[in-house]
Design a protein around this ligand. Structure first.
Ligand SMILES: [Zn+2]
Length: 218
């Protein structure tokens, strides 16, 4: 599932789930998906060329719309009012190195973080249900309703009036795969899914990667 909202409140509640398939079939699927996406883009490009030579403008438009939205930029639904502090809670299954690497990925794209506190939480933000000003990273609990196929979830609040993100909570399962923490921090920064092959914000881990197209902070 991608994102949902609770319109009854003044804030938007956004949650996401990163799906997964087994490692064994990832290379195969990636190859097939890559080939298919290349073929479909070429096919549509040729089709458009044929239409344009016959000057059928309306058909051109409607056929253009069926292209997958891979060429559009990722959608960002909010920005932080205050530069957020990242807190890694006690049982969160990530090393300090993993966290700093993920933070650096986003800093290199122009995003800012006030500080990163690794398993140091003097203000008890890890127990706060709405940790305003913080990105809090948890180990998913046994009582969570996270789907079995999910690797992680990020929950964040955007104030509809201001368009500002107020807080974010990331829940990780114990085996944190490459790009998962970076992907979740992307949600915490307000980005929704962008299903381009190899893209950081791809909704499916197996199709994702390090592509940061459209993720620069302007
Ligand atoms: Zn996601």
């Amino acid at each position: 599932m991608d994102a949902g909202s609770i319109p009854a409140t003044s804030t938007k509640y956004i949650m996401h789930v990163l799906h997964i398939l087994s490692d064994a079939i990832k290379p195969l699927i990636m190859t097939i998906a890559g080939v298919l996406s290349t073929i479909s883009l070429i096919a549509v490009a040729i089709f458009m060329l044929c239409l344009s030579s016959e000057s059928i403008a309306s058909d051109y438009q409607s056929n253009y719309e069926v292209l997958p939205a891979v060429n559009k930029s990722p959608i960002r639904v909010g920005t932080w009012a205050l530069t957020p502090t990242v807190i890694v809670c006690d049982h969160a299954p990530v090393s300090k190195h993993q966290v700093l690497k993920a933070i650096t990925y986003w800093k290199d794209l122009g995003h800012r973080f006030y500080s990163t506190q690794y398993k140091h939480d003097p203000l008890n933000k890890c127990r706060n249900s709405m940790p305003i000003g913080y990105v809090v990273i948890h180990l998913v609990s046994n009582t969570s309703k996270m789907e079995e196929t999910s690797l992680a979830e990020t929950h964040f609040f955007v104030n509809n009036d201001s368009g500002r993100i107020e807080w974010a909570k990331i829940y990780l399962k114990s085996d944190v795969r490459e790009t998962v923490l970076e992907h979740e921090i992307g949600h915490a920064l307000g980005y929704l899914h962008h299903d381009k092959i190899n893209h950081m914000m791809n909704s499916k881990w197996m199709y994702g990667g390090w592509d940061s197209d459209g993720l620069k902070n302007n």
